[in-house]
Ligand binder design. Structure first.
Ligand code: AMP
Length: 190
């Protein structure tokens, strides 16, 4: 199985790149943000709970997020592999993912970390907010909090995967196609 963790701050281009990678390698794309937004749209209990955190740009609690992610992976047991987009975002989530994949006889193959400077992130998020209507992309205070939460809780995960020799850092600036081909090289070098 090929299991890719696509990593980077909000606005790094994870969703755009995940769409291309999943087709190229025939992987199942799991975006925790997308799954939460789907639940909000359908007014499920999970959506209602997640919304209260997402509206402020805070992380949804680990227990809830991990349970949801594991159940999504189980739904796709026939898959050739996964691309995890926006998960893990905390050390506990990363440990839970390792344990869960190990139990199922597999592991994270590689973390692809997209590097993008902060001024570019803010610009991209505000542009996306105009196009998509995502409320958490339209408010500069919420954006600032998401980037702060990323720095505080999530950025350390690069080190977590580096220690396992699984980190590949990719320059996230340039055209979409340029970035995609950098990612393909990193994956093909596995
Ligand atoms: P995203 O679509 O990845 O930008 O995520 C949007 C929002 O969903 C985040 O700001 C969090 O509130 C929530 N979220 C997404 N993934 C996670 C996760 N792995 N852990 C906790 N919260 C998450």
């Amino acid at each position: 199985m090929l299991n890719i963790v696509l990593f980077g701050p909000p606005g790094a281009g994870k969703g755009t790149q995940a769409d291309k990678i999943k087709k190229h390698y025939n992987l199942t794309h799991l975006s925790t943000g997308d799954i939460f937004r789907k639940n909000i749209k359908s007014h499920s209990d999970l959506g209602l709970l997640a919304k209260s955190y997402m509206d402020k740009g805070n992380l949804v609690p680990d227990e809830l997020t991990i349970k949801m992610l594991e159940s999504e992976v189980k739904k796709h047991s026939e898959s050739f592999g996964f691309i995890f987009d926006g998960f893990p975002r905390t050390k506990d989530q990363a440990i839970a993912l390792d344990d869960f994949l190990n139990l199922n006889g597999t592991e994270v193959s590689k973390m692809i970390a997209l590097n993008v400077p902060e001024n570019e992130l803010i610009k991209r998020l505000l542009d996306r907010g105009k196009a998509s209507g995502r409320t958490d992309d339209q408010d500069e205070n919420i954006i600032a909090n998401r980037i702060k939460v990323y720095e505080k809780n999530t950025a350390i995960l690069a080190e977590f995967y580096k220690k396992q020799n699984k980190l590949a850092e990719v320059n996230g600036l340039g055209s979409i196609d340029q970035i995609t081909s950098r990612i393909y090289s990193a994956i093909d070098n596995l």
